[in-house]
Design a protein around this ligand. Structure first.
Ligand SMILES: NC(=O)c1ccc[n+]([C@@H]2O[C@H](COP(=O)([O-])OP(=O)(O)OC[C@H]3O[C@@H](n4cnc5c(N)ncnc54)[C@H](O)[C@@H]3O)[C@@H](O)[C@H]2O)c1
Length: 299
């Protein structure tokens, strides 16, 4: 579909892929509705769009995991502007951890933001798009972890796999309404997430992990170009990084090679992020709570 003149909601627009996507859509003439939990970053995105001559109809900070807040946003947009044409679910958080080091709060936060966030937006906005009968596009940013069992990603991968599954269902269910569906699967991208991902490891290990990640990362603007292209050409599943395309190819067509690579990757991540002073389980139900020197770190 053509983006010019279309009403587009972008979640996670304060930073990284969300900000780059909002800017790219504004450049193509979309009328933007932007949201993020980070009000300051969101305001910067609004200023940047307007400075480049783009149109921001609404700029509203909210937590995507808060259903009431999403509901209120939908009512405000529908009352003031009518149904959306494009919904872009981009907000997300990440957690690297071995399963035995995760707190219940960590499990819950990743599910609340990465899964309930997009579900809230789909529930609150897509039925109005269907009823309007004007077609449109629903796009969700999943991850490599949505198709590959990346090490240390147990809950993140669960949410991102679920987004791929739900997007596939919507792809066929919404086809009769002229609503296209895309799911974007980025590999490493150089965004705020590199800093804010929670890693259940010690500080040195986090620094090592961050350096390795950044070396392979592509800029968010490149992912935004894939996103815009996916909307314009109604592409369903978009893998943005060539190394991930190869890995997914091996998974589908040459499982023994995939198996070896995944074992090697897991060994590598274990040895990069785990040291002798490695954190101990920190949640209250753990049998090892006497070891309190866990190093929950943000990178
Ligand atoms: N950076 C990567 O390497 C990478 C790789 C694969 C997938 N992704 C996915 O891309 C998406 C965008 O991430 P990014 O890399 O641009 O990171 P980012 O941190 O730069 O952007 C994520 C945005 O989401 C917002 N956010 C977080 N929790 C929120 C909440 N509860 N409610 C509303 N907004 C919230 C943050 O404030 C931030 O602005 C995420 O869904 C992430 O899982 C990123």
């Amino acid at each position: 579909m053509e983006i010019r003149g279309k009403k587009a909601l972008v979640t996670g627009a304060a930073s990284g892929i969300g900000r780059a996507t909002a800017l790219a859509m504004a450049e193509r003439g979309a009328r933007l509705f932007i949201t993020d939990i980070d009000s300051q970053g969101l305001e910067e995105t609004r200023r940047e769009i307007e400075a480049r001559g783009g149109e921001v109809c609404l700029c509203r900070p909210l937590d995507v995991s808060d259903y009431e807040a999403m509901r209120n946003l939908a009512e405000e947009i529908h009352a003031g502007f009518g149904p959306l044409d494009i919904l872009a679910n981009i907000a997300g958080v990440a957690l690297f951890s071995q399963v035995e080091d995760m707190t219940h709060e960590q499990w819950r936060r990743v599910v609340d933001v990465n899964l309930w966030g997009p579900y809230h937006a789909i529930e609150c906005f897509v039925p109005e798009m269907v009823r309007a009968g004007r077609g449109g596009h629903v796009l969700t940013v999943s991850s490599t972890a949505g198709i590959i069992g990346l090490p240390w990603h147990v809950v993140y991968a669960g949410t991102k796999h679920a987004l791929v599954g739900s997007s596939e269902v919507l792809r066929y269910d919404l086809r009769k309404h002229g609503i296209g569906v895309s799911v974007i699967l980025p590999g490493a991208v150089n965004t705020g997430l590199v800093r804010t991902t929670v890693i259940n490891a010690d500080e040195d290990a986090c620094d090592r992990g961050r350096r390795i990640f950044a070396r392979h990362a592509i800029p968010p603007e490149r992912v935004a170009r894939f996103i815009v292209d996916a909307i314009e050409k109604n592409r369903f599943m978009v893998i943005t990084n060539p190394d991930i395309k190869l890995l997914y190819f091996l998974k589908r067509f040459f499982p023994p090679a995939y198996e070896l690579i995944m074992r090697a990757m897991t060994w590598f991540v274990d040895h990069t992020l785990t040291r002798k002073t490695m954190c101990q389980p920190s949640h209250p139900y753990s049998s090892s709570t006497k070891h309190k020197d866990h190093g929950l770190s943000h990178i």
